[in-house]
Design a protein around this ligand. Structure first.
Ligand code: ADP
Ligand code: MG
Length: 239
């Protein structure tokens, strides 16, 4: 069986459409100005960007909200992590310090949160500190980790909402938000917690959403929380 990728890219902004940026064919097209990122990619031994990465990076690097729809295993994590690092690096500093946390990734399960945090550390950039927060994990330890100061929080919605309600975390400086596997988060009934979390993050943030599917519930979520997004859809065509 041969597989072929079918990539559809669209601007969901109402009215006049913006041009869709050209896809990144080589890693250097997106990251040549960021030697540390190029070095990490080289170390990982990747040959070329996956289809979702090549289409997502130029969009997200322009500061545009993005919905990435593609199957599991297509490289969606790095499609939002790398531009996220660059975003954080470009944020204005106050008194020589970054506003923290600047990036928040919400995931449906602890396993995924741990996996994303591992990628975050593996490709870590300019000493950005990341922490993982999830239900079933040692809550006091997570509180202590947060207290030390972090740039990136990767969290499941239930536990993060709990820590937020009890003032153990302040999300007001989050300028880059990711809803990873949004379809699964909805299936698991996390929408109320997501809603409460998003009341605190900055309204002028950049938001990225990933999903393996594109049903009505996910479209509605995108409409509520993303601003004039573009969408990249990668499907497989069986030939
Ligand atoms: P998804 O989130 O779409 O399920 P992941 O981001 O978890 O996929 O990536 C799946 C695997 O592919 C990971 O092991 C990751 O390291 C690897 N990967 C990511 N980008 C590339 C690439 N450009 N080339 C080869 N492998 C990659
Ligand atoms: Mg993923």
């Amino acid at each position: 069986r041969k597989e072929n990728f079918n990539i559809v890219c669209d601007d969901l902004k109402e009215g006049e459409k913006r041009p869709i940026p050209n896809p990144t064919c080589a890693f250097a097209d997106a990251f040549q100005c960021y030697p540390e990122i190029m070095e990490n990619i080289k170390k990982a031994g990747f040959q070329m960007p996956t289809p979702i990465q090549s289409q997502s990076w130029p969009i997200v690097l322009q500061g545009i909200d993005l919905i990435g729809v593609a199957q599991t295993g297509t490289g969606k994590t790095l499609s939002y992590l790398m531009p996220g690092f660059i975003h954080l690096d470009g944020q204005p500093k106050v008194g020589g310090k970054r506003n923290r946390p600047g990036m928040l990734v919400l995931t449906p399960t602890r396993e995924l949160a741990i996996q994303v945090e591992a990628e975050c550390s593996k490709y870590s950039y300019k000493g950005l500190r990341s922490v993982c927060v999830y239900g079933g994990g040692d809550r006091d330890r997570q509180i202590e980790d947060l207290r030390k100061g972090v740039d990136v929080i990767i969290a499941t919605p239930g536990r993060l909402n709990d820590l937020q309600m009890n003032n153990f975390v302040n999300l007001k400086s989050v300028t880059y938000l990711v809803l990873d596997e949004a379809d699964k988060m909805l299936d698991m009934g996390f929408e109320p917690q997501i809603m409460k979390i998003l009341l605190d993050v900055r309204p002028d943030r950049q938001t990225i959403m990933t999903s393996a599917t594109w049903p009505y519930a996910v479209r509605r979520l995108a409409q509520s929380y993303l601003k004039e997004p573009m969408i990249v859809y990668v499907g497989t065509l069986d030939l």
